[in-house]
Design a protein around this ligand. Sequence first.
Ligand code: SF4
Length: 459
Amino acid sequence: MLLVHPEISRTRYNFVGVIENECLELEYIIPALKEAGCETKIWDGQVEKKSVKSLIKSFEPDFLYVCGRTRQENFMLEYCRAAKSINERIVTMVGGIHASLCPDRLFLEGVDYVFTSYNVFNIVSVMEIELLKEQGIARLETEKKLEKVEGLYYRLGDKSKHNKAVPFDIKKLPRPDREYFYDRPDNYRYLELRHAAWVRTAFSCPFRCKFCERNRMNQGVYSKRDIEDVVDEIESIKSDNIYIVDDDFLYDSERLKQFVALLRKRRIKKKYICYGRADFIANNEQIMAELKSVGLYYVLVGLEAVSDDYLMAYDKRSGVKINEKSVRICNELGINIMGMFILDLHFKKKDFRNIYKWAKVNKLRHVALSIFTPEMNLPTYKEYSDRIITNNPSHFDYLHLVAEPFNMSVRRYYFNYYVLLIKLFLRAKRDGIYDFIDYGDYIRSFLANMVRKRKNDDK
Ligand code: SF4
């Protein structure tokens, strides 16, 4: 089986060489496939030089599995169709967060199966059913088996079927097979942290922020691993940098205390990146100090806004004062806090400026911006349906406007966006952060974008 992690983007903003994501989702599938006697290969569009098509031709897989996010939808469909054009007998499967939340967008020509559950063993089940079909096992029998695979979109003759997904208990996941990751020591960095291994300790998020689809993962059910098992895994990883990719790792203070105690007891010395909420940081200074002492290096925090009105509208259950306190605590402890902000569709010119001012006043050195994006599976998509200006899933990357702003033209909005980006980049340059990137190259491209008419500037 060929397991594919698509390219992020074919534009210059794919962040290759700046942030690269280990293919953890695929690495979880490999042990289950190997156990079933299946030969596997990974192709990762972030790092591979040869095309997926050439690998399909040389490897000649019987099965192709592709995962990805909304922005990668076009690539996911393209690869499946390419496989079919090379050999129509290749069985194509699609999974991952976008497939689980928008299966109808992927269950199209060229795609045989869509998985909407995180149960990796379902992929093995479908592979085995397909092999039974090859052996001429009665159709009725294979159909009955397909009916039992939860979270599956499939076809019977010309009929489309789908089985409901059930939440998956993350404790049942096997240990990921990291061979592909270890073979590429020069890849998978997170900013200055090289070769950062991804570790997942939980699915989904217990919060319900209005703009966010991450809490809908795993049918919206938060499922966490035992922390001792997590530490066992971290200890076994041959990398000094660990990127904990849970949507909210800083959630359960007792679990975090145990995490710290276990790392200390076993003398595990690594650097960590994780996501957390500002309110947790503001209310748990002592735990943050403990986490820093065992290696917490980056904490990625959805600060989202510099006004309480926006935070209320997003149902963030936090406030600007809390945001300020979280930045202060991280700065005092020497933890790098990456403040993530949403550029709302209601923004006026001053709102862009206020983000810069807020970051400067609060000494927030690392800032990440996302343009407000009504995700296709969220109520916000319906809410903004009359403002949507693009159907191209590649534009749902938080770098594009996908809906018309309220208080200025699309063009003016992008102009303000790039002015803010350039100001933040120049400030970062002065502060000497991100010194490994080519600032000039990015800034030149932002400047060009300010004056260039973009494909979705048509409104
Ligand atoms: S924004 Fe963060 S805290 Fe809110 S629901 Fe999403 S992952 Fe959870």
